[in-house]
Design a protein around this ligand. Sequence first.
Ligand code: ATP
Length: 283
Amino acid sequence: MSAATDVAPAKVNLCLFLGPARAADGRHELVSVMQAVTLADALTLTPAGAGAADSIACPGVNGDNLALAAVRAFRARTGWAGPPVHLEVVKRIPVAAGMAGGSADAGAALRLVAAQAGIADDGLLREIAATLGADVPAQVRPGRVLATGAGEHVEMLAPPPPYGVLVVPSSERLATPDVFREADRLGLPREPAALAAALAEVRAHAADLPDALIVNELEPAARSLCPSIDATLARVRDAGADHALVAGSGPTVIGLFAEPAQAERAARELPSGAVAARPWGTA
Ligand code: ATP
C-alpha cells in the first residue's frame, strides 16, 4: 500500500425543499440540488504500522470523526482486511456550517479506501455512505446531484456552466438536528403532495435552476436560531449577488453570481473569512 490523496469538496444546496419527517427513521424528506464547489478539504491516506488501529488527524475537529467512521464502515461492509490506515485531513471547509464538510471528508475517505481495496462500485459506496449520514451519499462522487429521500437517493446531473459562489462563514455554529427541529416548530415542512410537486419542478429544470427554484426552505429555521444571519444575507445582496441564501442548515451564507470574477471581487471587499469558489469540475 502506498500513500494516496484526494480532495473533499464542500457542497452548496442550490435548492432545498423540505418535507415531513419519515416515520421509519425520523429523518426529513427533502428535494435538493447539491453542487460541489472548489472550497475543499484535502485527505491523505498512509499505511499505518502493522498492529496499529485505523486513525485520523483532523485539526479543527474534536471528537469522533466521520472520515474515520467511513473507513470502519467500509471494512465492516466489505470484509476488506487491508493494513491499518492513517488519514490526515487539511480542513478548509468551515465546521458545522451547513456545507457538509464532515460528509465530504467521509466521501473522500470511502474513495481512498475503496481504491486501496480495488473496489470500484459507487452503488456499494453510497450504501455504506447512507449508514453514516443523510448527506454522505451525495459526496461519494463530487459534482452536481439531485438528492431525494432524506438525501440518500442520489442522481448525478451534468455539470453546470461556470458561475461564482461567495461563501461567508459565521463565527457561530448550528447543529443540523437543531435546525430541523426548529423547522418543525415553525411548521415549515411541506405536505408530501407539495414536496412531490417541488420534485417535479426541480427535475424539469435541474440542469439550470430558474430563479424561482433557488430556495432553501430550512433558511427561516436557521435565521430563527441564529439572527446574525440576516445581516450577512443583506451584506451579500449589497455585494451584488444574484441570490443570497443560507447554506444547508447554516449558519454560512452563500452568494451566487453569474461570473466567477464577481464572487472573487465580493470576497475581497467583504470582511475577512469570505471566500470565492466555483462549481466543482467547471473551468
Ligand atoms: P451537514 O451540512 O452535513 O449537516 P455541517 O456542514 O453543518 O453538516 P459538518 O462540518 O459536517 O457540519 O460537521 C458537523 C459535526 O460533525 C461537527 O460537530 C463535527 O464535530 C463533526 N465532524 C465529524 N467529522 C468531521 C469532519 N471530518 N469534518 C467536520 N466535522 C466533523
